[in-house]
Design a binder for this molecule. Structure first.
Ligand SMILES: CC(C)(COP(=O)(O)OP(=O)(O)OC[C@H]1O[C@@H](n2cnc3c(N)ncnc32)[C@H](O)[C@@H]1OP(=O)(O)O)[C@@H](O)C(=O)NCCC(=O)NCCS
Length: 196
């Protein structure tokens, strides 16, 4: 069943309460997959913590190092997609990361949001390659990347500090040559999404 209307927009300061409400409620579901960070979950996901997150994302975006988005579903904030470590020159590459609220999961939201972000990277931001790193145990995230045609390129041993340990991560990637007509068009052509 289609989840609803999925859109990306820039993060705003007034997202604090909606962002924090989801992050505090979904701690158990999110924490197992997200990189470790200083401070307790409750502190770094409180409404006041959003100010720091938002201003960091905004500063990185202004430098062209990051493309930050919030995901909305029928207008409601349900997650984030972040394109980070944007490198220009002969690499023209970045990573993409995402999370979606538990009560919005399973309806194709992350797939649609990641497709929108990758198309933006390739069409508007002039990147050539986007990669994602995922724990092999994260079946839902691997399913998202699989539906989008990300290619598995390798395994990074003890790559990232997640949930109390240095975790192996699979590296998956797409380059512009893989999707000449774009990811959103591919989802629509495959009957997995429609344009409104
Ligand atoms: C990973 C995540 C973003 C997926 O969001 P989502 O909106 O549910 O994703 P989609 O609905 O687009 O696709 C999820 C797919 O995974 C599948 N899936 C979900 N849980 C699964 C599981 N335990 N085993 C196998 N497949 C699973 C779903 O069935 C769906 O595939 P389908 O469309 O073929 O049925 C979300 O689960 C999440 O935020 N998890 C916590 C944070 C996280 O893992 N972030 C990514 C770090 S790399």
């Amino acid at each position: 069943m289609p989840a609803g209307v999925v859109e990306l927009r820039v993060p705003r300061l007034f997202d604090a309460r909606a962002w924090s409400r989801v992050r505090l409620r979904d701690r158990a579901y999110l924490e197992n997959w997200e990189p470790a960070a200083p401070g307790a979950w409750g502190e770094r996901n409180s409404p006041s913590a959003w100010l720091g997150q938002w201003s960091t994302l905004r500063a990185l975006a202004r430098r062209g190092a990051t493309l930050p988005f919030v995901i909305t579903l029928d207008g409601r904030l349900v997650g984030q997609v972040t394109v980070g470590n944007v490198v220009r020159g002969s690499l023209c590459s970045a990573w993409v990361g995402y999370w979606v609220a538990a009560d919005a999961a399973g309806g194709g939201v992350a797939t649609a949001a990641t497709a929108l972000a990758v198309d933006h990277c390739f069409v508007d931001a002039g990147l050539h390659r986007v990669e994602a790193t995922v724990r092999p145990e994260n079946a839902a995230s691997l399913a998202v990347l699989g539906k989008l045609g990300f290619r598995q390129e390798g395994l990074f041993r003890r790559y990232l500090d997640v949930a109390g340990g240095w975790r192996d991560h699979l590296c998956l990637a797409l380059t512009t040559e893989d999707i000449p007509t774009g990811l959103v068009n591919r989802l629509v052509a495959g009957g997995k999404a429609s344009l409104v």
